[in-house]
Design a protein around this ligand. Structure first.
Ligand code: HEC
Length: 158
């Protein structure tokens, strides 16, 4: 009985086409030139698209006095600018938006709608100043007129 199953195993492995066996056994090769452990690095344009979304959400959160959401969005904007700092260096980021982000955080912490609006405009001016400095003056940011995210509630928590 033992002999028979050993014989069967040997025969099967010789009958099965070698190529099919190799395909199962071999892991897929990594795409050439890319080390498999390379961390994903979004491009500046991709980061900016996210920053635009956060900028819009921040405005509607602050305008609705939804301070926890505004706090969250200003935090995310800060993370995004952290990624920009890695690409462009810290100076140009801090120069243009550092003070405005600080003022926004202060206004949100103090739940001050007037200070929030002023700091928001200061931030938008900083976005535009950097676009101007880096040959993208045609990208002009301001207060958003309408909220494109109709699936999310911006009403303040009760
Ligand atoms: C440190 C400089 C700098 C700051 C600060 C900055 N940007 Fe940008 N932004 C750029 C550059 C450079 C580009 C062009 C990126 C590209 O095309 O590769 C860009 C592109 C953009 C785009 C176009 C993205 C697209 O694909 O359509 C938007 C929108 C944008 N920025 C929004 C903002 C907003 C909103 C802020 C402020 C909250 C901001 N940016 C702050 C440098 C900056």
């Amino acid at each position: 009985m033992k002999l028979v199953s050993a014989f069967l195993a040997v025969t099967l492995s010789t009958i099965l086409p070698a190529t099919a066996q190799d395909k199962v056994a071999q892991p897929a090769p990594a795409p050439s030139g890319l080390p498999p452990e390379a961390p994903y690095q979004p491009s500046l344009g991709e980061i900016m698209t996210l920053q635009q979304e956060r900028h819009i959400k921040l405005w509607f959160a602050g305008s609705a006095s939804n301070w926890p959401l505004a706090d969250y969005e200003v935090d995310k904007l800060g993370d995004g600018f952290g990624d920009v700092r890695k690409l462009l260096g810290p100076e140009i980021v801090d120069q243009h938006v550092g003070a405005a982000l600080g003022a926004l955080q202060k206004a949100i912490d103090g739940r001050d709608a007037g200070a929030f609006a002023a700091a928001f405009d200061k931030l938008s001016a900083g976005c535009n100043a950097c676009h101007h400095d880096l040959d993208h003056a045609f990208i002009v940011i301001g207060r958003p007129a309408s909220l494109p995210y109709s699936d999310q509630s911006f009403a303040p928590p009760k």
